[in-house]
Design a binder for this molecule. Sequence first.
Ligand SMILES: *Cc1c(COP(=O)(O)O)cnc(C)c1O
Length: 399
Amino acid sequence: MSATALFGNYARSNLSFDHGEGVWLVTKDGRRFLDCGSGIAVNALGHSHPHLVKALQEQAGRLWHVSNLHQMPEGERLAQRLCDASFAEKVLFVNSGAEAMEAAIKCARRYHYDKGDKDRYHIVTFEGAFHGRTIATIAAGGQAKYLEGFGPKAPGFDQVPAGDLDALKKAVGPQTAAIALEPIQGEGGIREIPTDFLRAIRKLCDENGILLIFDEIQTGVGRTGKLFAHQWSGVEPDLMAIAKGIGGGFPMGACLATADAAAALAPGTHGTTFGGNPLAMAVGNAVLDVVLEEGFLEDVRKKGLSFKQKLAGLVDGHPKVLAEVRGNGLMLGLKCVVPAGEYVAAAREVGLLAVPAGDNVVRIMPPLIMSEEEIAIAVERLEEAALAMEAKLVEGAAE
Ligand SMILES: *Cc1c(COP(=O)(O)O)cnc(C)c1O
């Protein structure tokens, strides 16, 4: 029996952090780790960002919670700013990524229901997808390892191979309410969906009255160097789930929608006690203050390109450890030859935190504020980790 009273559902490292400063996490005994995981793409502005700390402290001294029975001026402001910067015309605030996806799914189903299409509730998703861990979102993600043992899979989710337009066309029918996907699969291993394919999906949706849902929970809020990753393609969704980066570490999420789609959730149809709470709204607004500042996203694009180029050099130099670099902006992936989990552990040993993903990929997703100097340190440490893995391979071969 382990000594902790916490559930054992996470495989945790033995690290315990005391505080954070920018892109660094510091243990009690003073060891410093370069954070290239951002708490799984959450700490978009790093740790202890003064503007976020100030916003949260000010709000905490004034008002924490009033519920959605009353007006929420800071929420209205954040919603308007998200709409001004995207396709969206309406926003619903929630507390997590999975809840944002649930809201998008419910909205899409109810949209067709309201039009009299009572059996039109199927959502088509893609293999390798990840949409969260609730009963509905594990069905949407479709991964057997997340579905096993949790009772019957929630009905109404059909899955097709990523990038297979013919399969998608076959899966779509009069029962299809929506198609849902991540513009870049995150947990799936930083797998980019080509623009051509996104365009083809949008066309298919338009021709058949199907709603398009983007899951930008991981890709959104500047991660790829645009506010939202789909803005690289020009293809716009009807509904979009965001979370992770928008709170910069404060738990929050949102479902963004066209006015037409949002109208499906009339008074009483959906709700959440905490969603859009003043603390979350204060921090969300503070995150946007920084991310929407002139030049910020351009800087992310520049640093992303530079980081990716350096990682390409690293891959070339260590073909027995690394196979490929992928991704866009500061959402990068190193496809490994060695087991990705072992490379992440080797990087941790030399003071760098990264996050494993599917397809044997290591995700490199630093805070968007990481400087060129810190990128250089990250590449040095990733090289050290590659050398350590090579030494292990030689040892293994000698045995
Ligand atoms: C993290 C993530 C989710 C789930 O978000 P939670 O906040 O963990 O519920 C859903 N979709 C994608 C693409 C994610 O990266």
